[in-house]
Design a protein around this ligand. Structure first.
Ligand code: MF3
Ligand code: CO
Ligand code: CO
Length: 283
């Protein structure tokens, strides 16, 4: 990661303006980005803290799924998430995160990620990703899914199903003592086999007592490459899959990422814990 590259956390800012300082601090001045490799011995307190936060994030997403429908605004979804999170003793982690103004992300149709809730009305036939991140007792949980609203087009159903299967295959490819590239390779192979593309500008991430930690989790790549997957790691897998081109642009609000060709995009995300015996999906 070079100083002028877009930061690995997905803020859209340059690395030097974003996580460079905190990465350096964690590493005692070393230039290598921090990984979780130096703290793989997880206390049961830490693991339980992550399980609880992730369970709340999952419950919040379930609550959204039970209520989402046509003719509400994305701001209404934000209110549901905000109040549910506070009611359960947690803080919405996106609120004021690097200037992000809301308690969830709502990404409609050609929006890839980081859509900001506002007075936009969700319509019959839309697809919408709702991304929940909470901070419960200092531990972060992060999960998202794309909802089909009402009667959707074959294309909408296809991209949503492909993105969901990509997450499933990514999780299956995450094995203790495997490599990070195994995950991206599995996702990419499936997406391409379905004629879809994989967004490369945003990646999954380590997570724990910070929202975005290293390592990065690319949703593309080659088997057998990248950092070793070590028991004790917590990270997200969150493939963003496009019906057309993988490229994107960011709107004037400095957050909303949109497909360059205006075609549909879908995303699913889980936070996982890597154990000696395999993967525990925490969300
Ligand atoms: N929840 C997103 C992720 O999966 C990050 C959102 S950051 C925000 O990593 F600031 F845009 F909310
Ligand atoms: Co995430
Ligand atoms: Co998320």
């Amino acid at each position: 990661m070079q100083r002028n590259d877009p930061c690995w956390c997905g803020s859209g800012k340059k690395y030097k303006k974003c996580h460079l300082a905190s990465d350096k601090q964690r590493l005692g001045g070393s230039k290598e980005p921090a990984t979780q490799l130096d703290r793989m011995e997880r206390s049961s307190e830490y693991i339980e803290g992550m399980r609880e936060s992730c369970r709340l994030a999952a419950d919040t997403l379930k609550m959204v799924g039970e209520n989402i429908r046509a003719d509400i605004t994305t701001d209404t979804i934000n209110t549901w998430v905000h109040e549910y999170t506070l009611d359960h003793g947690a803080i919405p982690a996106t609120l004021n995160y690097k200037g992000y103004p809301k308690s969830t992300c709502t990404s409609l149709n050609s929006v890839i990620c980081h859509g900001i809730p506002d007075d936009t009305i969700v319509k019959d036939g839309d697809i919408i990703n709702v991304d929940i991140t909470c901070n419960l007792n200092g531990y972060f949980g992060d999960t998202s899914k794309t909802f089909l609203v009402g009667e959707c087009s074959p294309d909408a159903k296809k991209i949503t199903a492909v993105a969901e299967e990509c997450l499933k295959r990514g999780i299956q490819a995450a094995t203790p003592n495997g490599k990070m590239g195994d995950i991206g390779a599995a996702i990419q192979a499936y997406a391409h086999s379905m004629g879809c593309s994989v967004v490369e500008k945003f990646v999954g991430h380590g997570i724990g007592k910070q929202f975005h930690e290293n390592p990065q989790v690319p949703h593309f790549g080659r088997r057998g490459t990248g950092v070793r997957l070590t028991p004790g790691m917590f990270f997200t897998i969150e493939p963003m899959i496009n019906l057309g081109d993988k490229d994107l642009y960011i709107l004037e609000d400095n957050w909303t990422a949109v497909t360059i060709d205006g075609k549909l995009s879908a995303q699913f995300e889980h936070t996982i814990f890597l154990t000696e015996s395999g993967v525990e999906v925490l969300t």
